[in-house]
Design a protein around this ligand. Structure first.
Ligand code: PGA
Length: 255
């Protein structure tokens, strides 16, 4: 696949203020706008989206959301629809993140959101990842089911804007003991691609970007991109520091 590396900043519920968000975004933009081989996506909390959109110039760095409600419109207090997101210029959405699944989101919930998002023409990132990696490779079985069910009802024709993020839960967030190893990531990525062939067909499956997330930092980014068999990265903690994220972006720009 000859395409730009997709580097996604998942800011989660950070930073605390719009002012800090503007400053961080401006630092990301400065680096990202210079890079030819990277598509940068920043996913801030909902309330910052419209404000940060005013700072977007060009296509090298665009905005994404961290979730969406599956209904198109109506009386759903506190929820945000895909049209709401589109109207403020959102181009990507992260779905099925493990931190959302931990609050009770099921594969079925995720699949409904995926269908709505793809139908709206939004680049849709579907997160999957095992809780533990056992010696008997049972986790592969878990991954297959999670991916298949999360994509339930997704048609081959709508899969053009689909992106899969492999995020082993044990490697994600501040309680993570370590990042995955690029070698083992590569194995999981190959496995996920095989499942995508089962879900769609070979031609479509080969064109779906698969990215990795979980304790990516400026030190390990190079080996992940070189040996992990991935098309990009989903970065949490290290995306909250302009300098660290800038280093990740610059490393990703190298061919
Ligand atoms: P992390 O988070 O980089 O802080 O491990 C990744 C993610 O949750 O997407």
């Amino acid at each position: 696949m000859n395409m730009k590396k997709l580097i996604i900043a998942n800011w989660k519920m950070n930073p605390k203020t719009l002012r800090e968000a503007r400053a961080l975004f401006s630092s990301v933009k400065k680096t990202a706008n210079k890079l030819r081989n990277v598509q940068t996506v920043v996913c801030p909390p909902y309330p910052y989206l419209a404000e940060l959109q005013k700072m977007v110039s060009g296509h090298r760095v665009v905005l994404g959301a961290q979730d969406v409600f599956p209904e198109p419109e109506g009386a759903y207090t506190g929820e945000v629809s895909i049209s709401n997101l589109k109207s403020v210029g959102v181009k990507y959405v992260i779905l099925g993140h493990s931190e959302r699944r931990a609050t009770g989101e099921t594969n079925e919930d995720v699949s409904a959101k995926v269908r709505v998002s793809l139908k709206a023409g939004i680049n849709t990132i579907v997160c999957v990842g095992e809780k533990v990696r056992d010696e008997h490779a049972e986790y592969l079985h878990y991954l297959r089911i999670e991916l298949k069910e999360s994509l339930h009802g997704t048609t081959p024709s709508s899969a053009k804007k689909l992106i899969i993020a492999y995020e082993p839960i044990w490697a994600v967030g501040k309680n993570a003991k370590k990042a995955d190893t690029p070698k083992e990531t590569e194995e999981s990525i190959l496995f996920l691609r095989k499942v995508l062939v089962e879900v769609f067909n070979k031609k479509i499956a080969l064109n779906i970007p698969i990215i990795y997330g979980g304790s990516v930092n400026p030190k390990n980014v190079k080996s992940f991109l070189k040996e992990g068999g991935i098309d990009g990265l989903l970065v949490g903690r290290a995306s909250l520091n302009g300098l660290s994220f800038g280093k990740i972006l610059k490393e990703s720009d190298k061919k």
